[in-house]
Design a protein. Sequence first.
Length: 263
Amino acid sequence: MNIFLYELKAYRKSTMIWTLALTSLMILFMSLFPSISKEIDEFKRLLEGFPEGVRKALGIQIDSIGSLNGYYSYFFLYITLCGAIQAMNLAISIFSKEIREKTAEFLLTKPVTRTKILSSKVFAAIASMLLTNIVYVITAIIVANLVKVESFSLNIFLLISCTLLLTQFIMFALGMLIAVVWSRVKSVLTLSLGIVFAFFIMGMVASTEEAGRYVTPFKYFDYTYIMNHASYEWSFLVAGITLSAVAMILSFIIYNKKDIHTV
């Protein structure tokens, strides 16, 4: 029994749905750019009416929103939100599926270690996210070139786009740790939505404080910094990698020692 291929097949429908959802949302927002760029002064005046705290929480940068990358970074926060839900949903499903479907006893009695089982599931979930991101990025580049009104930096565009996958990895690792501790889940999507929106709201609250950005993965990548420096902030990138590694290692340790109830 090839667990990796089995899990990859099981995620096929979900991967297609999330990929379609993310690309469709991006196309919808991008299609508005030509019209907004023609009325950019009015659009900026409208945004200036928002309190500064609200603009920071929503990631609105008035100075750069007239450019394609600036506009892209504005709505990309919501693309990332959807991607985080996908990652969290995958992570929680990994641990709860066998218990919910009462197939844990069948799987764990096979001549294969728990580490092998979990590794196969994790690699299948990561492959699912990678496929989603590959399709999304390719589509985004094509659409960006179709709607652009002037030249834009493809390098910065790709750096912004890749934060989707990086944020998904962090959320996936956190989801693994949460799920392995709390494996009896009645509704995976409900729990995923609750956790992701909690991090999202914390990100909006923490947007005014530099130290507060470490609390939520949604604030690890500052799009304004990316556009100004064409790179990520190393302190937050290292923090994200460290958090993901620690969460995954703890997940494997707990999973290998935990009693798996099959009824």
